[in-house]
Design a protein around this ligand. Structure first.
Ligand code: F6P
Length: 343
């Protein structure tokens, strides 16, 4: 085994650099060279590389983002791109690839392994925490804590003005960020994509809490929450190369509806990419590090077509296909929790 490439694809998240650093260090210890492919699958297609070694990855565990850059390039949407990835493998003399990504990046990795027989290993990242086959993805803990802190700050300004403030959080079609930050942040109501929004019930809860003495309210809404199945609030109609709508704007729509129905002065705030930026939490640094070490060990064991995953606090190898087959949405326990703390 001589040379292994790494790439980071899709939306960035805190903890990516921890994976890169830990995998590089572990590979180097075993006498295996590592290189980085730049900007996700784009770098694999175009053969864009950067050196990674113990020296230049030594202190990046504390940095958010990814030193390799990222993109939402889908090789299966560009004629000839998959063949170009195979050419890059040959030209760069790669013995394998560690793809660090979410549903989309790992979906491509799964196909490259299954259809092209390329030696690929996956590492699960995303603030959305919506990947099956792992208890957590790194990036999620940081995003949740940023969202919770933001909600915490919103409490004081909402209280001073006796306002309702709707805080829109990310998470795409999974309500994990909303459920965690809404409940931990003590919101009056939390809205998630897994349960349709009943605007009358939302307003009833706000009024009930005011009658009980509260002089302001906070609603945490996941960007992907819907009034009717499939009816998302989007920023634009166009789909990205993986077929995703660009969500955003639900908070504003909700604020207007709430103000109209309750007469309470209402504002909305979209947390957006703040949730993805900045330094990772200790949890994400350690999870990313454990995943990076495991990915390197999987390389050495020839565990291709698999993904490093967290299961009951153990890092294990699971088939890549299990991780990308189905989105991990809120389970019944979490839906009950959200309901209990929204009424
Ligand atoms: O998947 C991560 C995520 O941050 C989602 O929560 C969000 O909907 C999306 O990416 C935003 O994507 P972009 O960075 O392309 O605007």
């Amino acid at each position: 085994m001589g040379k292994i490439a790494m790439l980071t694809g899709g939306g960035d998240c805190p903890g990516l650099n921890a994976v890169i650093s830990a995998a590089t260090r572990t590979l180097e210890d075993a006498g295996i060279d590592a290189i980085g492919l730049l900007d996700g699958w784009k770098g694999a297609i175009e053969g864009l590389t950067m050196d990674v070694n113990r020296q230049n990855t030594a202190h990046i565990i504390r940095q958010g983002g990814t030193i390799l850059g990222t993109s939402r390039t889908n090789p299966y949407k560009t004629e000839g791109a998959v063949d170009k990835i195979k050419v890059s493998f040959k030209k760069l003399k790669l013995d394998g690839l560690i793809a660090i990504g979410g549903e989309d990046t790992l979906g491509v990795a799964t196909r490259l392994y299954q259809e092209e027989k390329l030696p690929v290993i996956g590492v699960p990242k995303t603030i959305d925490n919506d990947l099956s086959a792992t208890d957590f993805t790194f990036g999620f803990d940081t995003a949740v804590n940023i969202a919770m802190e933001a909600v915490e700050r919103i409490h004081t300004t909402a209280a001073s003005h006796h306002r309702v403030i709707v805080v829109e959080v990310m998470g795409r079609h999974a309500g994990w960020i909303a459920a965690y930050s809404g409940i931990a942040g003590d919101a009056d109501v939390t809205l998630v994509p897994e349960m349709e929004i009943d605007i009358d019930a939302v307003c009833e809860t706000l009024k009930k809490n005011r009658k009980a003495g509260k002089k302001y309210n906070i609603v945490v809404a996941s960007e992907g929450a819907m009034f009717k199945a499939g009816d998302f609030v989007t920023q634009e109609q166009e789909l990205d190369s993986f077929g995703h709508v660009r969500l955003g704007g639900l908070g504003d729509a909700l604020a207007r509806m709430i103000e109209k129905r309750t007469d309470y002065e209402t504002r909305s705030v979209i947390l957006g990419h703040i949730q993805r930026g900045g330094a990772p939490t200790a949890f994400d640094r350690i999870l990313g590090t454990r995943f990076g070490v495991k990915a390197a060990q999987m390389v050495m064991a020839g565990d291709w077509g698999k993904m490093a995953a967290l299961k009951s606090n153990e890092i294990v190898a699971v088939p890549l296909a299990d991780a990308t087959g189905e989105l991990k949405l809120l389970n019944d326990d979490f839906k009950s929790l959200v309901t209990l703390f929204s009424k």
